[in-house]
Structures are given as C-alpha cells and as structure tokens.
Design a protein around this ligand. Structure first.
Ligand code: NAP
Ligand code: MG
Length: 506
C-alpha cells in the first residue's frame, strides 16, 4: 500500500486517463513508499548456543562465548560458544568413531532415510529458518525465504536420492567414502553452504566436522536441532564455532581425510600451504570477479534485470556475483541509462521487510572493505553513480553503486569487492570481450547476453569460468555442479561431479 504522502504525490501527477492525453513518463526517483511489511515468524532463537559434538550440545571448556549480532540493527542476537583445540579434537574423534562404527558401514538406502528426514524437517521449519538467517546475516527475507532455505532443503533431497545409487556415480568403478571430512564455510550463504557441504559428504558415507563463519553460526546450530530430531547417529555431524583459529585447528587436525573449504582465495591459499605434502584431499571454492557480457543484439531490458540480479542480489555478497559488466560499445549508453533508472527503484533497508531488495551488509568489517574499494574507484578516475535512497540510521548498509568509465587497471575491475558495486567496461568485438573477461586471476562464473545461440556456444567454450549463464544469471540447482577455474579454486559442488569429490574410486 502506498503511504498517504506517496498517494498524494501520485494524485498530483497529470491525470492521463481522465484527460485522454498520453500517459506521462513514469518519474523514477519518485519511488512509492510502501507501508512496512515485516516477516513476523518466530525465529526461535536461544540466548546462547553451545557446540554440537557427538550428537549433543556441549559448553566449551574455556567457558568463552562470543556475540552474534544482527547487522541490520547492530543488536546482539545470541551468544555462540568459542571452540578451543580440545573441542576440535573431541569433534574429530567423535566423527571418526561414527564413521567406523555406524555411518561408514550403514547401507546407502538407510543413510538416505536420514537425509530425507533432515530435508523434510527443514521444510517444516522453513519460515523460522528464513527469519533466523535474515536476522543473523542481513540478507533480505525474500531471498532467505525463497532461495536459501528451499535450496538448502533441495540439496538434502537431491543427495538423499543418490545415497542408494552410488554405484552409478562412477559407472564401472566402485566408490568408497573417505572418512572424516573437515569443512569450513563463509558467511554469505550460511545455511546453503552448509547444505552444499554436508549433504554430499553424508550421502557418500563420510562423517563431518564443520565450522561456520563467526558472524553467521545461528542457522548452523539450529540445524543441529534438526539433526537431533532426525535421530542422526551421534558424531556423524559435528559443529565447532569460532573464528579463523578454530578453522585452522580443524583443517590441520590429523583425523580428517579431506578438507572442503569455501571462502576467500587468501585463506584458501593459507590452507593449501599448510596441507601441502599431507595426504589430505582438498576442494577449494574461492573468490570470483565474474563478467556479465552484453552484446548489442541482447534483449536489453531483460539483460538489465539480469545484471541487477547478478550484482545486487544478497548485497553482492556472492562469490559468483556479476561484479564486472562488459557491454558492447554501441549499446553502452543505453544500458547505463536503463541501469540507473532501475537502480533508483531498488529498496535498501530492513532485511525483514518483504519489500526490501537490498538488505544489510554482513559486518562492519565488510562495509569498511566495500567503502575503501569504492573510494579507490573514485580516486582512480571511474565515474560513480549511486542511488539516493534513504538508509536506516543504524546498521550496516551500502547504496547500490555503479561505476562507468572503468579500465582493466582499476582496483574495482580486479579485486573482489563482495558488495553491491558494479564496474562497467566496454568492448567492441567478441575477441575483446573474451580477452577482458578472462583477464583476471579468478574464474568462477560469467554471463552472456545475446540473441545468437552460436555466440553463446562460442563464448561458453572460450570463457575460463566454471559456470557460464546465458541470457540469465545466478541460477542454481543441486543437479548442476558449481566450482571454479584458476584462483577461484578446484573441485565441484552439486551433481554427480560433486559426489566424486567425496569418495575414493576403486
Ligand atoms: P574467509 O575470510 O576466507 O573465511 C571463510 C571461512 O574460513 C570462515 O569460516 C573463516 O572464519 C575461516 N577461516 C579464516 N581463516 C582461516 C584459517 N586460517 N584456516 C581455516 N579457516 C579459516 O571468507 P569470507 O570473508 O568469510 O567469505 C567471503 C569469501 O568466500 C569470498 O572471497 C567469496 O568469493 C568466497 N566464497 C566462495 C564461494 C564459492 O563457491 N567459490 C562461495 C561463497 C563464498 P571466520 O570468518 O569465522 O573468522
Ligand atoms: Mg550475525
């Protein structure tokens, strides 16, 4: 519902229908105010969350807890236990016993039942989890409700379906689990990354010790409640919470046979250096600097929607965010004008409000990083455009931002910003587009917008990216493997390929 002031503004516009004159141009920037529409489901948060080890919530021996805050308000949500080396060790030992005595020997058809149960219990509590995810991480409720939680459940369903069909993962070969897997995940998709990690590992017969990111541990610990309700045998999944030191203790612990890491390229390299020479298997899902490439024959309005979805979705906290826009010179001005118009209509604010398009930046640290890189863009001479929307007084927010006149040497064209900031570069020929798109140390994803199928096929073979979307962006499915080239890492998550990364072949 428009508020009365917005309604009054609308009423003051020329009455097109009444006079028979052509409808006036819609005046953007004159955004209708909506009444607040906050999601009201109870997130059922506890004031304090302990570690989840061997099927039970246990307090840390040190007695230390840290706060998880709501980045939209900067208010404390809950206290989270800080794991020490003793708890990491206990979790790894519990996982080893569970692997040897229960989960490893269990037939796949029995493991499948647990995974189906977890998926269904998560669906039952979907609203509650969506609100908890939004409160803890800052993402808009429409994303956690319509994307993160259903997609997490879908990953459990999909892998439940595989658990009794493992003979078909590598036809002609026999597959066997690896043992205990150490998993470390980031803060941008806390529940979804957790599902991407634990569902294939469990389907294959491995057991897990996982560390969520320090700023977003709540849905992980809520999922532990579901694991208890599903009667998952103790020790099959263990959660240790804390910051980077806990992750380091986990990946360097002698028990895990594999480390599955999702996070920054910088930390990925630290882990790879530490594990070099060990016999641990690794998969690394690291950073990205994706190019969204628009040719002059693309449906431009559709492409603009795709660009907006590609970079402003989840505040740009997306490893595969289309943070570079490569647009063919002949349509560059039109695309920029359309983008500016569209950006003016994006609503930034309370993540719990169902109308919000862009929620809160996950932490002050991340907000500072975005601010620094945007300042560097201005200093290096790129042209800045930001929407003029109002931002809440408290909390971490950043306006949707577009830089035009960017060149490949600018920091904003090279470094991962991980925020709602788009850098626009232009190109003339297909070859130049490929050259610019591939001119990065990353290679996670790319997008191509064109009317020509042949051009899509050519681009998708020439782009050095693990995923290439055509005439769409940021589309996911558990069936479809996801992963990078170059410094975006190695290994795949999802699909048959993802399962292969959790087994040994005989
Ligand atoms: P990050 O700083 O690398 O942290 C990732 C995880 O590693 C966190 O749980 C972190 O703990 C932990 N960690 C930090 N230092 C560690 C160490 N020395 N040993 C072991 N673990 C350690 O990344 P982030 O800032 O959370 O996440 C953003 C990054 O993730 C971006 O670069 C993004 O592109 C990438 N990402 C990639 C994918 C993909 O699929 N390729 C998907 C999502 C995100 P704390 O943060 O709790 O301290
Ligand atoms: Mg938080």
């Amino acid at each position: 519902m428009p508020t009365s002031s917005a309604a009054a503004k609308k009423a003051s516009r020329p009455a097109a229908r009444a006079t028979g004159r052509p409808a006036p141009e819609l005046i953007f920037g004159d955004l209708w105010e909506f009444d607040p529409a906050p999601e009201t489901a109870d997130p059922k948060l506890k004031p304090r969350y302990d570690l989840f080890i061997n099927g039970k919530f246990v307090a840390p021996k040190s007695g230390k807890y840290f706060d998880s805050i709501n980045p939209a308000t900067e208010r404390k949500l809950a206290e989270i236990a800080l794991a020490g080396p003793a708890e990491v060790d206990a979790a790894c030992k519990a996982a080893k016993t569970a692997f040897e005595k229960v989960w490893g020997p269990m037939p796949g058809r029995e493991r499948a039942k647990y995974l189906f149960r977890i998926a269904r219990l998560l669906q039952d509590r979907a609203r509650e989890f969506a609100v908890a995810e939004t409160l803890d991480g800052g993402k808009p409720i429409k994303e956690s409700r319509d994307f993160d939680v259903p997609m997490a459940a879908a990953h459990f369903f999909y892998h439940a379906g595989w658990a009794d069909k493992l003979d078909y993962v590598a036809p002609g070969r026999r597959v066997a689990p690896l043992g205990v897997v150490a998993q470390v995940i980031p803060w941008n998709f806390p529940l979804l990354m957790l599902a991407w990690k634990i569902a294939p590992a469990l389907a294959m017969g491995n057991t897990v010790v996982l560390k969520p990111a320090e700023t977003t541990s709540i849905t992980c610990l809520k999922l532990a409640e579901i694991l208890q309700d599903a009667d998952l045998p103790p020790g099959v999944v263990n959660f240790v919470t804390g910051a980077g030191e806990v992750g380091a203790a986990l990946v360097n612990h002698p028990i895990p046979a594999k480390v599955a890491f999702t996070g920054s390229t910088e930390v990925g390299k630290v882990i790879m250096r530490a594990l070099a020479g060990s016999d641990k298997k690794m998969t690394m899902e690291l950073g990205g600097k994706a190019a969204n490439i628009i040719f002059d024959d693309a449906p431009l309005d559709q492409a603009v929607e795709g660009i907006v979805n590609g970079i402003f979705f989840n505040q740009g906290h997306v490893c595969c965010a289309g943070s570079r826009l490569l647009v063919q010179e002949s349509v560059a001005d039109r695309v920029l004008a359309k983008l500016k118009t569209r950006i003016r209509t994006l609503r930034v604010g309370d993540p719990l409000d169902k109308n919000t398009d862009i929620g809160a930046i996950n932490s002050r640290e991340q907000l500072d990083k975005i601010t620094t890189l945007v300042a560097a863009g201005v200093k290096e001479g790129a042209e800045l455009f930001q929407s003029s929307c109002k931002l809440p007084a408290k909390g971490f927010y950043f306006r949707p931002t577009v830089f035009s006149g960017v060149s490949m040497s600018h920091r904003i064209a090279r470094e991962e910003i991980f925020g709602p900031v788009l850098s626009i570069l232009t190109f003339r020929t297909l070859e130049e587009a490929v050259e610019k798109a591939n001119n990065t140390c990353y290679g996670l994803s790319a997008g191509v917008w064109t009317d020509k199928g042949s051009r899509i096929l050519k681009m998708s073979t020439e782009l050095k990216a693990g995923v290439v979307w055509a005439n769409t962006y940021n589309k996911f499915d558990p069936v479809s493997p996801f992963g990078g080239y170059k410094e975006s890492g190695f290994g795949r998550e999802g699909g048959r390929q993802g399962l292969l990364d959790y087994c040994q072949l005989a």
